[in-house]
Design a protein around this ligand. Structure first.
Ligand code: SF4
Length: 451
């Protein structure tokens, strides 16, 4: 690597590897927009990188070990070459901070998710002093204040836009309040400006992101206000938001489903368990009766709305009755496109010390739940066969010259189509389906069909 003086004149290559959620994907894109300012170019081949950045996630099992394993692989590849400058970012960096530098001397900089606005300074500081650094302050306001001056260069048809970060809810199983800090909502005008830039870059769908996205509140603006304002951007055809908390499904947000023309009818609303007893043990701060009320209100507003959710199976204390309540809820609401996994303790959380449920029982419960969720999905997809549905066309696959898009419910659609359809919402006739994908053909005949 060069010195502080010449860094911006050199063509340094950065490889960014992203683990985890959409918010990390958004962050990785914004980190790249930032380091570009000091001369970095992106490479897709980590072996030729001058800088290796790992954007980590703390949600899944063995997150920390995965990071050290990945760094070990880089170390091996660079055995006979000059080592790259190694940065660990994201939630594992936040949770482990200085410990990472001690355990793995190959790492040069550890930077938490609320400190990305300092990344260029930190890189330059490291290069001039050759001293390992750790930066894990919670300063979301300063971060977004800095980032708003750096253009978002993402140019995907379906783009993410982070509007909110952090969480004040402290569910007993979750690390987010510790790794992302307190709830922070970006200013309304800043979000709208970024949405316009994304539209200019080619975005036709925007997914508004936040750890608690429906808790968004800046001055008097709420998530519903953002949705209605973004809806005015003519290039944007679809709006989604992810991920929400049942307690924050306020009246204004429920009602917006009645008149928004661009808000998609898939409501991702994590319930985690169908038992009030377990919800209390999880410190979820909501009840099943309220959840069902929200579901019924939304269905009354628009009967085509479907729900997806997250489920933690075999949370400590879950007995057969509790599990059956979860199963019944899945049967009644007919969730689609959902995530389910066995409880896994995250170090540092309240639930990390609780007694784990027997592995065999946990697995049996998970299998039962997943079978039901998959059956719901298959049934939903089957019901669309021989029907015309709206699809936002995202790209064309080089392999088989088919086109790829998504239904209003986020299901993948593969179909015979036209080059000009990319970026448009078109009618596709569905001929067949499986659990995860719909197959069909474009009904838009105005252009030459792909063979
Ligand atoms: S509301 Fe969501 S982000 Fe916040 S603590 Fe609970 S699970 Fe984690």
């Amino acid at each position: 690597m060069g010195s502080k003086k010449n860094l911006s004149n050199m063509s340094q290559k950065i490889f960014i590897k992203t683990f985890g959620c959409q918010m990390n994907e958004y962050d990785s894109n914004r980190i790249f927009d930032t380091v570009k300012k000091i001369g970095f170019k992106k490479t897709e081949n980590y072996k030729e990188a001058d800088c290796y950045l790992l954007n980590t996630c703390h949600i899944r099992d063995k997150a920390k070990e995965k990071v050290y394993h990945d760094i070990g692989r880089v170390k091996d590849s660079f055995k006979s070459k000059k080592k790259p400058f190694v940065i660990v970012a994201g939630c594992v960096a936040q949770a482990e901070n200085n410990e990472m530098l001690k355990r793995e001397p190959y790492i040069d900089l550890v930077i938490g998710p609320q400190a990305y606005h300092k990344i260029n300074d930190k890189i330059e500081e490291y290069l001039s002093k050759q001293k390992k650094l750790e930066e894990t302050d919670f300063d979301a306001e300063a971060k977004f204040d800095y980032l708003k001056r750096i253009k978002n260069n993402t140019s995907k048809i379906s783009s993410f836009l982070t509007i909110q970060e952090g969480c004040d809810k402290f569910c007993h199983f979750c690390v987010v309040p510790y790794t992302r800090g307190p709830e922070y909502s970006r200013p309304f005008s800043e979000v709208i400006d970024e949405a316009k830039i994304l539209a200019e870059n080619g975005a036709r769908e925007i997914t508004l992101l936040g750890q608690n996205v429906n808790a968004y509140k800046n001055k008097n603006f709420k998530l519903s206000n953002l949705i209605l304002e973004i809806e005015k951007i003519s290039e944007i055809k679809r709006i989604r938001y992810y991920t929400s908390h049942p307690k924050d499904m306020t009246d204004d947000l429920v009602e917006v489903y009645g008149f928004s023309k661009k808000l998609m009818p898939l409501v991702h609303l994590p319930v985690q368990s169908g038992s009030d007893k377990i919800l209390k043990l999880m410190n979820r701060k909501h009840f099943i009766s309220d959840y069902i009320k929200t579901y019924e209100r939304l269905k009354n507003i628009n009967s085509s709305i479907e729900f997806s959710s997250d489920f933690i199976i075999a949370y400590p204390g879950e007995n057969e009755n509790d599990f059956n309540s979860t199963f019944d809820l899945i049967k009644n609401i007919k969730f689609i496109n959902s995530f389910s996994y066995i409880f896994n303790p995250r170090p540092g959380t309240v639930a990390s010390n609780l007694k784990i449920i027997d592995k065999k029982i946990s697995l049996q419960r998970l299998e039962k739940v997943q079978k039901k969720l998959f059956d719901n999905q298959i049934e939903m997809n089957k019901s669309l066969e021989n029907r015309e549905i709206d699809v936002l066309v995202e790209n064309k696959s080089n392999k088989n010259a088919k086109f790829f898009g998504r239904s209003e419910y986020m299901t993948s659609v593969i179909f015979d189509g036209n080059d000009n359809d990319v970026g448009s919402v078109i009618k596709v006739r569905i001929n067949k389906s499986n659990q995860n994908t719909l197959f069909g053909e474009s009904l838009n005949k105005s252009e030459q069909k792909v063979a």
